[in-house]
Ligand binder design. Structure first.
Ligand code: 4NP
Length: 166
């Protein structure tokens, strides 16, 4: 029997060292817990190129570890092939989404870009995932809280819209 096609998700922030590698790890664990590991490919990238090749920011790794997330991604920049290779490209804030839609080569590629904030339910004051880079510990905890909320809702939506079942 042939393998079912994977659904490919790319999470994007500015530096690819704080929010998007955390989103990648949160979503990967949710997919694994639902027994859907072989149905998804999950990656992350940055719109900026300041940290290419770096591990996630130490502070992000320190805050993620007690929640059971080991962040091992190496930062990379968004590239034009991402718009073909991924089914969904998820920006963390409005600037990420604007940059991604600008980089997209076609309307179809633009339509793959969505905003993570649209899937936040439990934190009514947030419609985006704020950049924690210049923040203290609370900023990193907030990012993880928002991502755990939004990833669950986003995954429910993807599973429903694409008839993904075990
Ligand atoms: P991220 O956070 O976009 O969540 O990875 C940032 C990381 C680095 C910088 C800005 C935001 N920076 O300016 O270097």
């Amino acid at each position: 029997m042939t393998e079912p096609l994977k659904y490919n998700i790319l999470f994007v922030c500015l530096g690819n060292i704080c929010r998007s590698p955390a989103a990648q790890a949160v979503m990967q664990r949710m997919v694994d817990e639902r027994g859907l590991t072989d149905r998804f490919y999950i990656d992350s990238a940055g719109t900026g190129g300041y940290h290419i090749g770096d591990l996630p920011d130490k502070r992000m790794r320190v805050h993620a570890r007690p929640r059971g997330y080991e962040l091992t991604h190496r930062a990379r920049r968004v590239q034009s092939s991402d718009f073909e290779d991924f089914d969904l490209i998820v920006g963390m804030d409005a600037a990420n989404v604007d940059d991604l839609r600008y980089k997209a080569a076609t309307i179809e590629q633009q339509d793959k870009v969505v905003m993570m904030g649209d899937y936040i339910r439990q934190f009514p004051h947030y419609d985006y995932v704020p950049d924690p880079y210049y923040e203290g510990s609370e900023g990193f905890e907030l990012v993880l809280d928002l991502l755990e909320d939004a990833c669950g809702n986003l995954l429910d939506r993807i599973i429903e819209q694409n008839n993904i079942a075990r």
